[in-house]
Ligand binder design. Structure first.
Ligand SMILES: NC(=O)c1ccc[n+]([C@@H]2O[C@H](COP(=O)([O-])OP(=O)(O)OC[C@H]3O[C@@H](n4cnc5c(N)ncnc54)[C@H](O)[C@@H]3O)[C@@H](O)[C@H]2O)c1
Length: 479
C-alpha cells in the first residue's frame, strides 16, 4: 500500500484536498480515531487540514546589544534560563550570579565568564552593589522569591520570576504593586503559555474555530515517579515551607485556564487530599529507607533504587561528579541524611496526591481541573467545548472537531525537531519565555509578554482560593 492509499484508507485524503497531511498528522489522526471514554467509537470525521500557526523564532529582537542579566539561584531553573545566553549571545549576556552553594555559583561564573566581583553568595549581596545589569532572574526556592523580587524592583531591575510568585496572596499582590510603583517588568515563569502547543490552542480559540467557548476540562497528570521525587520526598513535599501543590505544581494550569477563558474567575471550589503516601500505607516490614534491605524494593513503583539508580531519572538534585555513575548515585541515596533515599511512606510530606476543582468565570464559562499523581505519563490533557466545535489535546498535539463541516483539524508540530527549539524544556516554553522577556525588557514594553504581572497574580490568587476551598470544604468567591 503506498502513502496515498494508506491516507485514503484512514479517510484522511478527501476528494480534491490540496493539503496532504504530514506523517505527524497521520499519527495524530490515528490516535484520535480510537474509542471514547465510554468505550463507544468516537467521531468519524475526515481530516483535510492541519491547524497551522507560525512558530515564533527564539532569537529575541533586542535593540542596543544583548540584555544583561543576573541569575539569582543557579540551580536547575537558573541554569536552564542562563542557557539562552549560550545559544543567542547576541541577545542575552549573563553578567552576575548568586548562589549560596559555592560549586553552583562558580560553575555558572566560569561558564559565562563572570568576574569575581559579580559572583555573590546569598541573594541579598546582589543588592549591596550598584545596579550593573538590566534584569535579574529569580530562580531560588519558593520561600525565597518575595524578598529578592521586592528588592530587585526597588533597585531598578526588571525581573524574570520563577513561579510560584510568592507564598501568600498578600505577598503576590505586593509584588504587583511594587512592579507598578517602580515601573518595572515582572515576567512570571508560566512557561507553558509560551510553548507553541498552548499558543496554537489559544489562537484556535481566539480565531473562533470552535465558536463561543462554553467549558473546559483540564487535567495535569503528574506521573507517579515525578510525584514521589518532588512532592513526597523532595523539594516541594511540605506545603508550608513551599506552597500548596495547587500553586507549586499547578499554577501553570490555572493560569492557562484563565488565559483561555479571557474573563476573571468568579468562584472556585476544590477538594482532594494526601491519600496514599502516608505511614499507614507502608507495606509490612518496609524500613525507613529503600537501601536498608526493603523486602518490597523489587516490586515497589516508588523505589529510590529503581528511580535514581536504574532509571536514572531526576538526577539533577544530586550534583553528581559523573552524571551516570550508578555507584555514586547509590552512595548518595544510601546516605542517611539524603532525603531522596527515603521510603515514600515515611516522609515529612503533606501535599495532596489528588486535587480536583471547578471554576465559574464571569461570562458563565466553566472549567474543571484535576491534578493526579497516579499516572504513568505526564503532559497535560485538555478538552475544550465550544458552540460550533470541540478541541482535544494531549500535551503535544491537539485536534479541532468542527460540528457542521464534519472536519477534523490537527495541530501536531514536532517542536523538538525545530532546530532552534531543540532542548528547550516544557514543550519549547522555557526558551520562548526568555525570548519574550528579553524583547519586553529591551523595548520597556510589558505587552511583549503573553501575560502581564496583574494577570499572573490573578491566576495565583485562584490557586490560593482553591486551597482555601479545599481546606474549608466551601465554595470560595474570587471577590
Ligand atoms: N517554571 C517551572 O515550570 C518550574 C519548574 C521547576 C521549578 N520551578 C521553580 O523554580 C524555583 C527553583 O527551582 P529549582 O528546581 O531550580 O531548584 P534548585 O534547588 O535546583 O535551585 C535553587 C537554587 O537556589 C539556591 N539558593 C538557595 N538559597 C539561596 C539564597 N539565599 N541566595 C541565593 N541562592 C540560593 C540553591 O543553592 C539552588 O542552587 C522554585 O521556586 C521552583 O518551584 C519552576
Amino acid at each position: 500500500m503506498d502513502r496515498k492509499e494508506f491516507l485514503k484508507s484512514l479517510g484522511l485524503l478527501t476528494a480534491g484536498a490540496a493539503i496532504i497531511p504530514s506523517e505527524g498528522t497521520i499519527r495524530a489522526a490515528e490516535r484520535f480515531s480510537g474509542a471514547g471514554a465510554n468505550g463507544q467509537s468516537t467521531v468519524d470525521m475526515a481530516t483535510d487540514k492541519e491547524v497551522d500557526f507560525p512558530v515564533k523564532s527564539l532569537r529575541a529582537n533586542v535593540n542596543g546589544g544583548p540584555v544583561k542579566v543576573i541569575i539569582i539561584g543557579a540551580g536547575n531553573r537558573g541554569r536552564t534560563y542562563a542557557e539562552y545566553a549560550r545559544k543567542f549571545p547576541e541577545c542575552m549576556q549573563v553578567v552576575g550570579v548568586s548562589d549560596i552553594r559555592e560549586s553552583r555559583k562558580n560553575a555558572m561564573g566560569d561558564t559565562y565568564g563572570i568576574p569575581a566581583e559579580h559572583r555573590f553568595g546569598d541573594w541579598s549581596e546582589v543588592f549591596k552593589v550598584a545596579k550593573f545589569a538590566d534584569a535579574v532572574v529569580i530562580s531560588t526556592p519558593d520561600d525565597l522569591h518575595y524578598d529578592p523580587c521586592m528588592k530587585a524592583l526597588q533597585w531598578g531591575y526588571d525581573v524574570l520570576l520563577e513561579k510560584p510568585v510568592a507564598q501568600t496572596e498578600k505577598e503576590c499582590t505586593d509584588i504587583a504593586a511594587q512592579a507598578h510603583k517602580y515601573g518595572r517588568i515582572v515576567a512570571v515563569c508560566h512557561v507553558l503559555r509560551y510553548s507553541p502547543y498552548f499558543r496554537a490552542m489559544y489562537q484556535t480559540l481566539r480565531d473562533g474555530m470552535i465558536g463561543k467557548l462554553i467549558s473546559i476540562q483540564h487535567m495535569e497528570p503528574i506521573e507517579c515517579r515525578h510525584m514521589a521525587h518532588s512532592y513526597v520526598r523532595g523539594n516541594w513535599r511540605d506545603s508550608k515551607k513551599t506552597t500548596p501543590i495547587i500553586l507549586a505544581k499547578s499554577c501553570h494550569d490555572l493560569d492557562i485556564l484563565r488565559w483561555f477563558v479571557g474573563k476573571p474567575c468568579k468562584t472556585i471550589v476544590a477538594d482532594g487530599s494526601l491519600t496514599w503516601f502516608r505511614p499507614e500505607n507502608a507495606p509490612e516490614g518496609a524500613p525507613k529507607r529503600c537501601t536498608d534491605g526493603c523486602p518490597h524494593e523489587s516490586t515497589c513503583p516508588y523505589s529510590a533504587i529503581d528511580i535514581y539508580v536504574k532509571r536514572k531519572q531526576h538526577l539533577g538534585v544530586f550534583d553528581l561528579k559523573n552524571s551516570r555513575d550508578e555507584q555514586e548515585i547509590m552512595s548518595r541515596i544510601s546516605d542517611p541524611n539524603n532525603e531522596w533515599g527515603r521510603c515514600v511512606y515515611f516522609c515529612d510530606n503533606d501535599q495532596p496526591d489528588h486535587f480536583v476543582s471547578e471554576m465559574v468565570f464571569e461570562d458563565g464559562t466553566t472549567a474543571s481541573f484535576s491534578m493526579e499523581a497516579f499516572t504513568p505519563f505526564g503532559g497535560r490533557r485538555t478538552r475544550i467545548m465550544g458552540t460550533t466545535g470541540y478541541i482535544e489535546g494531549n500535551g503535544s498535539s491537539f485536534t479541532v472537531y468542527e460540528f457542521r463541516s464534519n472536519r477534523k483539524l490537527v495541530w501536531d508540530k514536532k517542536v523538538s525537531e525545530i532546530p532552534e527549539y531543540k532542548g528547550s524544556g516544557h514543550g519549547g516554553g522555557d526558551m520562548a519565555l526568555v525570548c519574550d522577556f528579553l524583547e519586553a525588557v529591551s523595548a520597556h514594553d510589558e505587552s511583549k509578554l503573553t501575560s502581564s504581572i496583574d494577570a499572573s497574580i490573578e491566576s495565583h490568587v485562584m490557586g490560593f482560593r482553591a486551597e482555601k476551598s479545599r481546606l474549608s470544604n466551601k465554595k470560595v468567591s474570587m471577590k
